[in-house]
Design a protein around this ligand. Structure first.
Ligand code: GLC
Length: 470
């Protein structure tokens, strides 16, 4: 089958969060299973685009209301990613360094979707499946079904995967005329709660809706930023598929970003070496348990509570634990986390920013990973941690619920019910107890590295969905 993945992000081309990791991996594994999966993302003005070779495969124009934009489609020349990568350049809208957060994001992602469909039409491509990810590409199911220009694609099956239902891409009726011409009686497919809602439209129009974990699908029927009733209604065509992780990238034996590679046999040595490096870099004590948080510093991840969690934990366990934070996001939280360094130097450090290499070393060198998320559609970090022998401490929600079982229930992680300072502090105390029982601690660290979250397994679940639509 020929499958197009449409997304705003794709690792290593452009990454803001976990969406990129999924779009950069799933297609590779679909190809390995004998399919032809291709990825289409916008051409941002970033390092990957500047440093890689492309060949232009198509040029055209698109209309957005009274504006006309030229676009071109370039294919990555080497095929080194394990799938064909196409990037759509619309210079006025995408020749910028960042993926999101511009005032004209509506115009940007609408143009991207229109350019993609125009390209299919103009080059007479008829793929078997269009797989859209999140709201940035969620108008495609509506457009192929109801826009006159794309009539020949009407019977092309579309899938929408929800990686994050909080963001929906809302825009007002004043921009409705940006959409290519459609029968106005179909406007109901675009609306939700009095505005145009791309995510809602995708949920209504896609042939299948998937979420990135089964528990998240259950949860969003009750809590989905206004889309609860719609999701309940569309439940019969919805399915939760737990994400995988790219075990070629996340492999302790071959990972070129870590300080020392390791296998199951010598993992203690390997983890100790990585921890020693971190402790030296961040002036921490390598004999103490090392807790970490890696990720976006936003409310969804519970990051607003981190400053308080850290200060209470460090105060209560004076000189008995280390905490190392890596992340960026909310500036208030960034500031608070940075300033904590003045109070707990020697046991606490924060790196504010995005640093893929450091993240790998931390997964390899830390003892415990904190994920107090309020919302976690899947979460990949806990799976990276497991694979690298770092014990996750998670709030029971979404994909965290589906991947981490508490040691008290015969499992291998530490779980709590609420995103609250007291729940996390309690979990940290349990972690310290575990760290103080080296035999059990090591047995768990060894066990978790063997849990299989590889994409090979997950890709077959997607293939089953694709086949069911043919
Ligand atoms: C989003 C979600 C995260 C998920 C990722 C990949 O970033 O917040 O939970 O793991 O998408 O699907």
């Amino acid at each position: 089958m020929e499958i197009f993945h449409l997304s705003a992000e794709c690792y290593p081309v452009a990454k803001v969060g976990g969406l990129a990791d999924v779009v950069g991996a799933l297609p590779k594994y679909l190809n390995q299973a004998g399919h032809k999966a291709k990825v289409v993302v916008p051409a941002y003005n970033n390092k990957f685009v500047q440093e890689n070779e492309y060949e232009t495969v198509h040029q055209g124009q698109l209309r957005l209301g009274r504006f006309v934009f030229s676009y071109s489609i370039a294919k990555e020349a080497t095929g080194k990613l394990g799938f064909e990568l196409y990037q759509i350049a619309i210079p006025e809208l995408f020749d910028r360094p960042n993926v999101y957060s511009y005032e004209d994001d509506t115009e940007r992602f609408l143009s991207f979707q229109i350019a993609f469909l125009n390209w299919l039409i103009e080059t007479r491509q008829r793929p078997d499946i269009l797989h859209c990810h999140d709201h940035h590409t969620a108008l495609i199911p509506f457009m192929v079904q109801h826009c006159l220009n794309y009539e020949v694609l009407r019977l092309t099956p579309t899938i929408l995967t929800i990686h994050n239902g909080q963001y929906q891409g809302w825009f007002g009726y004043d921009k409705l005329h940006y959409l290519p011409q459609f029968d106005l009686s179909k406007i109901g497919y675009l609306e939700w709660n009095g505005t145009i809602n791309p995510l809602a439209s995708g949920i209504k129009c896609a042939w299948k809706v998937t979420t990135v974990s089964p528990s998240y699908l259950d949860e969003i029927s009750n809590r989905a930023n206004g889309l609860e009733n719609l999701l309940r209604w569309e439940r019969p065509k919805s399915l939760g598929i737990l994400n995988g992780i790219d075990t070629e990238v996340w492999n302790t034996k071959t990972d070129s970003l870590v300080v020392k590679n390791y296998s199951l046999k010598d993992f203690k040595k390997g983890k100790t070496a990585n921890k020693a490096y971190l402790c030296e870099q961040f002036h921490l004590n390598p004999d103490l348990p090392l807790f970490t948080f890696i990720g976006r510093l936003v409310g969804e991840k519970g990051a607003d509570l981190l400053p308080q969690i850290c200060s209470v934990a460090l105060h209560q366990n004076q000189g008995k634990i280390n905490i190392l934070i890596l992340g960026s996001g909310d500036t208030g939280v960034e500031l608070e986390l940075s300033s904590l360094q003045n109070f707990y130097a020697g046991n606490y450090s924060a790196y504010i920013g995005y640093n893929e290499k450091l993240a790998h070393i931390i997964y390899a060198g830390a003892d415990f990973l904190l994920m107090p998320s309020r919302i976690e559609p899947c979460g990949l970090n806990q799976m990276y941690a497991l694979r690298y022998g770092t014990i996750p401490i998670v709030r029971r929600t979404g994909g965290l619920r589906d991947t981490v079982l508490d040691i008290g229930d015969g499992g291998f992680g530490i779980c709590h019910n609420e995103t609250s300072v007291s729940d996390v502090i309690h979990s940290i105390s349990r972690a310290i107890q575990l760290f103080d029982q080296p035999k059990t601690f090591d047995a768990i660290r060894k066990y978790i590295q063997q849990i299989d979250h590889s994409w090979d397994k997950v890709a077959t679940e997607y293939i089953d969905v694709y086949e069911s639509l043919k």
